[in-house]
Design a protein around this ligand. Structure first.
Ligand SMILES: Cc1ncc(COP(=O)(O)O)c(C=O)c1O
Length: 436
């Protein structure tokens, strides 16, 4: 993939900023008001320095382990972000043919790609087989047999892990909890046991791995430890029954600080220790699938106040970003810190920060105390590097927002603002009618 050449803003000196600091109107050495003038708002800005730092910290926490990181592409699937992951030596955890295509396009080697997800279609499995990915995280018996058939048709033997649903509560938002038996993900240990017992009949699937992912935005290590303990015990049982396990994929799920002063993410070293402790007697390959933890804090969504609307009961700050750009608050009532870029002291006021979309749920914050804002004010919606742009849509015919990568005082537009023509590409008036 070709690299986009970064640009410098006038009057900017490239710095060696390693981590994001969006507090002084700058991020990764780039002046955000100047950037907003150049690129327009709403706009996502990501700090490459912060992502590299996170990647390095994770690698340090895993030192001594035979561990590989497969970045969860869904968190932020921009090619430039994937390229940073490839440069860090990371692979990819994908959940669709589209994510496979993007990952390969960004230069992630197929042998570092794992494929998760409950709804892999025959077409997607075939594409992944042809690409030669590392392994499939299989989530149902039907999928296992489909994989066997498609691998047989290609005369190949593929590695697979069983995604175990350990029935552990991740203590996170119900909509991002994946490890309870009521959730659609994975299979219970009883069912997994039966798969291994019958695995001698599989000629084209080598069932030699266990996978677990119990949820996202976890701020405690307890559920992770519990899930890994169950997986570790199950592995011992399988080995004793003559089923060697070469790979354990511990999933992703580590939480980040969305609300300064409230959210207390776990220390990455402690996470490394939980893996080390729970899998102490396992000498095979360990995979991790972090998404949010690597990229969330690296991103901000820049948005301008369109108008201040004084309602009868509340004051609304109507901004030019919407739920189409950042869905998390509408979808999960998620909190994102919102700050004006200019930090001059002003009286505080309470606002509902809302977007222009015709849904009441198009609300970024309710009754939030902010310095008094005027139309045109530039705001930062923080911690939006994960599950932000990747969940974007064109609802209300709003073109997708641009994304910019910042690196030591320079910026590169890594997705330009979608044009109206691009937004309707593929649509046409019904003229040619056919019979099916
Ligand atoms: C299978 C799997 N792995 C990894 C992840 C990444 O999770 P997170 O972004 O919380 O690290 C997800 C997220 O939904 C997932 O479903």
């Amino acid at each position: 993939m070709e690299r986009v050449q970064p640009e410098s803003l006038p009057g900017m000196t490239p710095t060696n900023t390693k981590t994001a600091c969006a507090d002084a109107g700058g991020l990764d050495g780039v002046d955000l008001p100047a950037l907003a003038n150049r690129v327009g708002t709403p706009c996502y800005a990501y700090s490459a320095g912060t992502i590299r730092q996170r990647a390095g910290d994770l690698q340090a926490a895993l030192r001594g382990l035979d561990a590989g990181v497969c970045y969860a592409v869904k968190a932020n699937s921009n090619l430039a972000i994937l390229q940073l992951m490839a440069e860090a030596g990371f692979g990819a955890d994908i959940v669709s043919g589209g994510e496979l295509w993007r990952s390969l396009r960004a230069g992630i080697p197929p042998e570092r790609i794992v494929f998760s997800g409950v709804g892999k279609t025959a077409g997607e499995i075939a594409e992944a087989l042809e690409a030669g990915i590392a392994r499939f995280n299989v989530e149902s018996e039907d999928e296992l047999h489909l994989l066997e058939r498609l691998a047989a048709e290609r005369g190949t033997v593929v590695r697979a892990s069983v995604r175990v649903n350990p029935d552990v509560d991740a203590n996170t938002h119900a909509k991002i909890s994946t490890g309870k038996s009521a959730n659609k993900f994975g299979v219970g240990i009883d069912e997994a046991r039966n798969w291994f017992a019958a695995s001698a009949a599989l000629m084209h699937v080598r069932l030699d791995g266990l996978h677990v992912h119990i949820g996202s935005q976890m701020l405690s290590l307890d559920p992770i430890r519990e899930a890994l303990q169950r997986v570790a015990a199950f592995r011992r049982e399988l080995v004793a029954a003559g089923h060697p396990i070469d790979c354990i994929d511990v999933g992703g799920g580590l939480g980040v600080c969305y609300r300064e002063g409230r959210d207390r993410p776990v220390a990455i070293e402690d996470y490394g220790d939980v893996i080390r402790d729970t899998l102490a007697d396992f000498s095979g390959r360990i995979l991790l699938e972090p998404g949010r933890w690597l990229v969330a804090g690296a991103g901000v969504l820049l948005t301008k106040v369109i108008r201040v609307k004084r309602g009868r009961e509340r004051q609304f700050l109507v901004v030019d970003a919407a739920m189409t750009d950042l869905l998390r608050p509408s979808l999960y009532d998620a909190w994102h810190d919102i700050v004006p870029v200019t930090r001059e002291p002003r009286p505080l006021q309470r606002y509902d920060v809302v977007g222009p979309v015709c849904e009441t749920s198009d609300t970024f914050a309710r009754d939030r105390e902010l310095p008094r804002c005027e139309p045109g004010e530039l705001l930062l919606i923080r911690t939006t590097g994960a599950y932000g742009s990747s969940m974007g849509s064109t609802f209300n015919s709003r073109p997708l927002a641009p994304e910019v990568l910042l690196d030591r005082g320079r910026y590169a537009v890594v997705r330009r603002r979608q044009t109206l023509e691009e937004m309707i590409a593929g649509e046409r008036p019904a003229q040619q009618w056919e019979s099916a």
